[in-house]
Design a protein. Structure first.
Length: 250
């Protein structure tokens, strides 16, 4: 946060400055919202995102049996795939879990994901107590990750109340590499707590930006301008070693 305040003015003179403030640490809060599901495609991406989102759940919810944890992860995966297919946000995934909605079953079936539709439909038809354990557990976990401040960072009108300001623009990775219109753009991801649920969102954004930069560099013949610089002590925990090895070549 201190770095943001010390360097913001100088970076503003070079190009656009984006702030992703997950806990309201700066007065003007986030300057945009970002959908972690926007660039995801297909069942493999849904499985990867589900795995990331349930890491903390598996560590802290020791009262769940392994079989229940597996079903919980399965339900998360199917709900996320439905959200990807419908261009929804994580907030919609949390809403579906809270209401035990059958809407995602229909979305999956309509989009051709018939196996996932059947599996999610089967979970929704399990006995009430067991079904409640799975979906209420998902809802609780997602509410913890998406508290009001974090939710406003990943959904256009998250939990808006009367009188709230209009939704901020959506952020896409292109905005960091569009030098013609933005100059040398900067992105600050702001959180003051080392171990907190929103760090899942930080990891997801960092991985998406890096994957996009690698793809963009390949399209541009191996180089991008302006070059990408990432300063984060948590980077080795966010990405696989072979992915990190590619970054210095960009």
């Amino acid at each position: 946060m201190a770095t943001f305040h010390k360097t913001r003015e100088a970076r503003t003179q070079l190009g656009s400055v984006f702030a992703f403030d997950l806990e309201g640490a700066i007065p003007d809060r986030s300057t945009f919202w970002w959908n972690p599901l926007r660039t995801a495609r297909g069942a493999a991406a849904a499985a990867r995102i589900s795995h990331e989102l349930t890491k903390g759940f598996r560590r802290t919810r020791r009262q769940y049996h392994n079989a229940t944890l597996i079903q919980l992860a399965d339900a998360m995966r199917h709900l996320i795939l439905a959200a990807i297919n419908k261009d929804e946000t994580l907030l919609k995934v949390q809403e579906w879990a809270a209401t035990q909605s059958e809407e995602p079953v229909r979305i999956l079936a309509d989009s051709g994901s018939n196996t996932q539709a059947k599996l999610l439909g089967s979970l929704l038809k399990t006995p009430h107590d067991h079904r409640g354990t799975i979906f209420e557990g998902l809802d609780d976990h997602l509410q913890e990750v998406l508290d009001d401040t974090a939710a406003a960072c990943v959904a256009a009108s998250a939990r808006n109340k009367p009188g709230d300001p209009p939704a901020k623009p959506e952020f896409t990775p292109w905005q960091l590499f569009d030098a013609d219109s933005h100059g040398i753009a900067s992105l600050y991801i702001i959180t003051s707590r080392a171990d907190s649920p929103e760090n899942l969102l930080i990891s997801m954004l960092t991985v998406e930006l890096t994957a996009f930069a690698i793809m963009y560099a390949r399209l541009m013949g191996g180089k991008i301008y302006p070059p990408l610089s990432i300063a984060s002590p948590r980077l080795p925990r966010m990405m696989k070693s072979h992915e990190i090895g590619i970054i210095p070549q960009i």
